[in-house]
Ligand binder design. Sequence first.
Ligand SMILES: Cc1cc2nc3c(=O)[nH]c(=O)nc-3n(C[C@H](O)[C@H](O)[C@H](O)COP(=O)(O)OP(=O)(O)OC[C@H]3O[C@@H](n4cnc5c(N)ncnc54)[C@H](O)[C@@H]3O)c2cc1C
Length: 301
Amino acid sequence: MINLSELTALCEKLGCKIIPECPLKEYVTFRLGGSCRALISVNSAVSAVELLKYLKAGGIKYGVLGRGSNVLPADEGFDGVILLFGSDFSNITMEGTTIKCQAGTLLASACVHAQQRGLTGMENLFGIPGTVGGALYMNAGAYGSEMKDVVVSAQYIDENCNICDISIEDMELSYRHSFFSDRDCIITSVTMKLTEGDPDAVKAAMTECMGKRSSKQPLEYPSAGSTFKRPEGSYASKLIDQCGLKGMSRGGAQVSEKHAGFVINTGDATCSDVLELCSDIIKIVKEKTGYTLELEPVILK
Ligand SMILES: Cc1cc2nc3c(=O)[nH]c(=O)nc-3n(C[C@H](O)[C@H](O)[C@H](O)COP(=O)(O)OP(=O)(O)OC[C@H]3O[C@@H](n4cnc5c(N)ncnc54)[C@H](O)[C@@H]3O)c2cc1C
């Protein structure tokens, strides 16, 4: 049982904002799902530790959210507390070619900072609409670059609420997977090492990258980006298109006509609509092509 007045008092002491009965659809790019019992906007690693200690001691269920761009919250909501790593925890520091970001920093802001200093290495990641914490958790990547190409170290809170450092060698980064994916740990900062370059060339590459996204992806609709992981030996969008599934829908969820790899919310989609559509897609693609598709977004329930 959550004692909301006690939790609110703790948030006040830590200077963290708390929203009781918070609708999660306002915090995820898919714009769907139910409410959580409370959403707390984390403002420092120390606050995160204090909150975690409290939640763990009380046996209170909790979850972590960055920009919510790879999350599908269940329609029935989340019966616990969501710790939001967003704009209240988004400081960037730069030293030489090293850029250190608090976990809630938008990847796009980190890319712009790097560009302004003429640093190259992150331009292909520009346009991934997540935080650096979420991007490291997922080892996000695009157009041949991944977080693992630029990250050197990170700070995180482990299962016992200790603040720890980890270097790239121990992060187990592979396709959409990291050390953090299998553990009850929270990333608090990410350090990336870039290379000296030309600010204009970096800017041009970022603009080109964004142009490719807006011409190929249905950015005008809420979604979680690519709905399925890339199967070994093919591409989810190619297989879905090949099966003639563009435009297929369940309730307000639809396979985008523009990019078959995206399931979009056409207005009033529920999480169940998306999951039913995805399970139909998986079945049809398996029957027609033999490939097994796997959901990429994380289901929050
Ligand atoms: C239009 C669109 C395009 C996209 N394009 C791409 C793309 O090109 N490449 C790509 O890889 N992805 C892409 N994505 C997916 C998504 O943007 C990335 O996976 C992104 O890295 C998720 O970051 P986030 O902050 O939104 O994380 P969330 O969606 O908030 O969270 C994702 C997971 O990470 C965990 N998490 C978040 N922050 C932390 C933290 N600080 N500590 C521990 N765990 C944490 C959450 O608990 C959750 O399990 C796209 C999404 C959209 C909507």
